[in-house]
Write a protein that binds this ligand. Structure first.
Ligand code: ZN
Length: 501
């Protein structure tokens, strides 16, 4: 797919500027199998071994958590039996006596049914209260040692529905009469944030509340009725292709350095795909929305190409856009959902939310997936950037629509509010979006005007490169920004931020 973005190459990120040091890490599967005593290797090689397990089993210490999920899905009963293993390396620098995990399905009564849990083979009983799971470790987990968690549980999915007024914003996990979504569906160890402790926040009326470390995922998906498998979209890369595809009766996925692995299944999906450089983009949509499904595919493909040039290489080799049988949209690793409402309102032109939000959700692969942030306390870091990325997409693909975008997407709402609003201080959907997304886009526009295009895009490339694989903060953003301009931007920051430090 070609696109009318020749100017992009004038200010494209150089390939060397987008590889992070972590890109060269060896995955644990490639590590030598140990039969030796404690590590003869220097620490930097990552081939360390822990002898802390009571069973004396030597556990290779991976750089990031290794998550394996074996899933038996009963599509018609909306139920999944899961065996999960997490090899968790302690990279916090502190000795740990406990681990805190997020268990989002436990917000629904009866949805998360834990059959067993163990640490390094020793059965344990975790504390489980709403999404909060706490595991007291049988012994201290030293820095740079690893421990292995195992869980067996059954998920009984809730019905997908819009939250009622005043209800917490939890919309993606569940089923409808034509779709089943495993989204934020497995326990995961939340990040340990320096100076803050475990990064697990409560959901609220608007926005997202989770913070994700990187992990490597291996997912095996079986069906209780393998003769009639649904069509499946997933975060990872299918391992046995091309023999197996979206309608296979067994799936084996791998996702490396991902934030959140999502799966969506339906008997009704139509699937279209297109290559965007090294990224295979797939669009999954319901049969009555074929033109919109194609438009979402095209916009996502074009957006991958634009952002690859403007920001740096995308994090994953696949991206799936999935028509959601719920409101709004939601980003995951290598996958995003976009509400059927936007497909239904698609009018055959690019001047609509199907196109704009396809560009927005695609941008989250850069701002959320590769460069993460605390979505509860600093949601602007991914949302302002993803919203302004819509504008950057239009500049390259539909340059005659840029003025329309400001008028339609931003100015018509006369947005107010601080860009550094949290999900807890933002109120309901519209005032929250106006402050974080729309004022956030104006903030980035004003920065760009003050700095000039060359410095602004050099900053974005550098920010993407240096914060890739990490959890960014406002301090990281502003520090890197100031390294790319000698212009005084303090008045702009003071105008948009409640806390302009
Ligand atoms: Zn967003």
């Amino acid at each position: 797919m070609v696109y009318a973005g020749a100017l992009a190459f004038l200010i494209a990120c150089s390939p060397s500027s987008v590889s992070s040091p972590s890109d060269s890490l060896v995955s644990p599967s490639a590590l030598p199998q140990t039969s030796a005593a404690p590590s003869p290797f220097p620490q930097a090689t990552q081939t360390e071994f822990s002898t802390s397990a009571p069973t004396e089993t030597l556990v290779p210490v991976p750089e990031i958590p290794q998550v394996t999920l074996d899933v038996l899905l009963d599509y018609n009963a909306h139920q999944a039996d899961v065996i999960e293993t997490i090899i968790y390396p302690n990279r916090t620098g502190d000795p740990l006596t406990q681990l805190v995990l997020a268990v989002e399905p436990n917000f629904w009564s009866g949805a998360f049914n834990l059959a067993s849990a163990s640490v390094d083979g020793n059965p344990i009983t975790p504390i489980l209260n709403d999404q909060y799971m706490e595991i007291q470790l049988p012994q201290v987990l030293a820095p740079d040692a690893a421990t292995t968690l195992n869980f067996q549980y059954t998920l009984n999915l809730p019905v997908l529905r819009s939250p009622a007024s005043g209800e917490r914003h939890l919309t993606t996990f569940g089923y409808s009469d034509r779709q089943l979504n495993l989204a934020h569906w497995y326990p995961f160890v939340v990040p340990y944030l320096p100076g803050k402790g475990w990064g697990l926040h409560d959901p609220w009326l608007s926005g997202e509340h989770l913070v994700h470390d990187l992990a490597d995922y291996t997912v095996h998906l079986h069906f209780s009725d393998p003769a009639n498998p649904p069509i499946v979209a997933a975060s990872g890369v299918e391992q046995e292709s091309p023999q197996v595809g979206p309608a296979s009766n067994f799936h084996h996925y791998r996702l490396q350095k991902g934030r959140a692995f999502a799966i969506s299944a339906s008997n009704e999906y139509l699937v279209s795909e297109q290559q965007a450089g090294d990224v295979l983009v797939r669009s999954y949509y319901f049969p009555e929305h074929q033109p919109a499904g194609q438009a979402v595919l095209q916009a996502s493909t074009q957006a991958v190409q634009v952002y690859s040039d403007k920001f740096g290489q995308p994090p994953h080799p696949t991206l799936s856009a999935v028509e959601a049988d719920f409101d709004d949209g939601m980003e995951f690793s290598g996958l995003y959902f976009l509400s059927r409402d936007y497909y239904a309102r698609y009018d055959g032109t690019p001047q609509n939310y199907a196109t704009l939000l396809a560009a927005h959700e695609t941008a989250h692969q850069w701002w959320f997936e590769r460069v993460a942030n605390d979505q509860a306390t600093e949601p602007w870091l991914d949302e302002a950037l993803s919203t302004y990325s819509e504008y950057i997409f239009l500049e390259s693909i539909y340059p005659n629509l840029t003025n329309w975008w400001w008028s339609y997407r931003v100015d018509s709402y006369t947005p107010k509010g601080w860009v550094d609003t949290t999900i807890y201080s933002g109120g309901k959907f519209r005032p929250y979006v106006n402050a974080v997304y729309l004022q956030g886009a104006r903030f980035l526009r004003d920065l760009r005007t003050r700095m000039g295009d060359e410095a602004f895009f050099a900053f974005l490339c550098d920010y993407y490169s240096r914060m890739g694989g990490k959890i960014s903060t406002k301090e990281n953003f502003l520090t890197i920004l100031r390294q790319h301009t000698s212009a005084d931007v303090s008045d702009i920051i003071a105008g948009y931020f409640q806390d302009p430090r």
